[in-house]
Design a protein around this ligand. Sequence first.
Ligand SMILES: CC(C)(COP(=O)(O)OP(=O)(O)OC[C@H]1O[C@@H](n2cnc3c(N)ncnc32)[C@H](O)[C@@H]1OP(=O)(O)O)[C@@H](O)C(=O)NCCC(=O)NCCS
Length: 378
Amino acid sequence: MSTAVAGKGLEGVVAANSGICWIDGEAGVLSYRGIDIHELAEYSTFEETTYLLWNGLLPNELALREFTAQLTLARSLDHRVIDMLRSFPRTATPMEVLRTAVSALSFYDADEKDNSHDANVRKSYKLTAQIAMLVAIYDRLRKGKEIVPPDRSLSHGANFLWMLNGEIPSETAVKTMDMALVLHADHELNASTFAARVIAATLSDIHSAITGAIGAMKGPLHGGANEGVMRLLLTIDKEGADPAEYVRNMLAAKQKISGFGHRVYKTEDPRATHLRTISEQLGKDSGNTKWYDMSRAIELYINADKKLNANVDFYSASTYATLGIDIDLYTPVFVISRIAGWTAHVIEQLDDNRLIRPRAEYIGPVYPTHWIPMEERP
Ligand SMILES: CC(C)(COP(=O)(O)OP(=O)(O)OC[C@H]1O[C@@H](n2cnc3c(N)ncnc32)[C@H](O)[C@@H]1OP(=O)(O)O)[C@@H](O)C(=O)NCCC(=O)NCCS
C-alpha cells in the first residue's frame, strides 16, 4: 500500500537508482559518471563522453578508437526509411519526423526483438548514428536538395554538419557542435529520460523507449524551449523592440520566457555558463553579436527582476543561429546529443529492471458512486 503523496510534477521525488549522472542543484554541479561537466566540456569529445555514459569510465586510446569505429560504421539507413522520409509532407516539423522515423527504424533492425544488454548496446550505436543522419537527410529533402552520404572520416558532430550542409564544416563549427553535444548528452531523470525508462521498464524495446523520449523532448517546457528562445529573439528583432522592455511586458502578462528557470538548479545551470561563452565568441568571430547582445540583455533583466537563471536552452539558441542552423532543427540537435544519455539510461534500467508503476492519489467522486439508469440521470 502506498503512503507518501508526491508533490505536483513529482518535484523532489527520487524515482530511480542510477550511476550515470549526478546533479547538485543548489551548487550548480552537473557530472557524468562523477566527472564535472566543466572538465568534459573543456577536454572531452562527444564520442568519448558517450563511451563514458555507456560504460561508466573513460576509454583508453584503443577503446576509444574501437568505439569511434563502431559508431561511424553504424552510419547507415535502410533505403526504405529514406523513402519514408521522402513521403512525409514538407510541412512536417523535423521533431515530428524524428519521432516517427525512429519508431520505424526498428522494422529494419535485426536486433529488434532482442532486449539483452549486448543487443541494446548494438542498437544504441545504431540509434546514435542514425538519428543525426535522419535530421540532416530530412532537412535536405524538404529543401529539395540531394542527400549527402555520410563521411566516415569525420567525427559525429562534423559528419552531421557535413550531411546537413554538404560542405566540410569549419574547425570552429565542429568544435562548437562537439561541445554542444557534450553539454546536452545527459541530465539525470529529466522528463524525456524518465519517459524512456518507464517505457523500457515494461520490457517493450529500445526503439519504443527512444520514440517516447523524443515525444517528451519536443515539448516547450523541455527540449522545445531552445526553439522558443530563438522565436522570441526574432520577434523582438522584427519589432525593433528593446529586449528588456519586451520581456518585462511578457512577465507582467504572466507569460513564461523560454530558456529560463529549472526544476533542479537553484543557481546557474552549468551548461548555460559554457553556452554563453560560446555564443559570445561565435558572435564576435562572425562579426555579428546581435543575437548574443539581445540574449544578454534579456538575461540581465530576468536575473534581476525574477531571480531566474538561464538554462541550457537559452544560449544554445543564439549559438545555433550563428552556426546557420534552422530554428526547427534546434530541438533535433538536442536529440542528436541526448540519445547518448537516453540509451545509457535504458541499458541501465534493463540491466536491473523492475516495472515502474507508481500510484495516484485519488481525488475523484467518492466510492461507491452507483451507476444509474439513463432516465434517472440529471
Ligand atoms: C523549466 C520549468 C518547466 C521548470 O518548471 P517548474 O519546476 O515546474 O517551475 P514552475 O513552472 O512551477 O515555476 C516556479 C515559479 O517560477 C516562475 N517561472 C519559472 N520559469 C519561468 C520562466 N521561464 N519565465 C517566467 N517565469 C518563470 C513560475 O511562473 C513560477 O512562479 P510563481 O511561483 O509565481 O507561480 C520552468 O522554469 C519553465 O517553464 N521554463 C521555461 C521553459 C524552459 O526553458 N524549459 C527548458 C528547461 S531546461
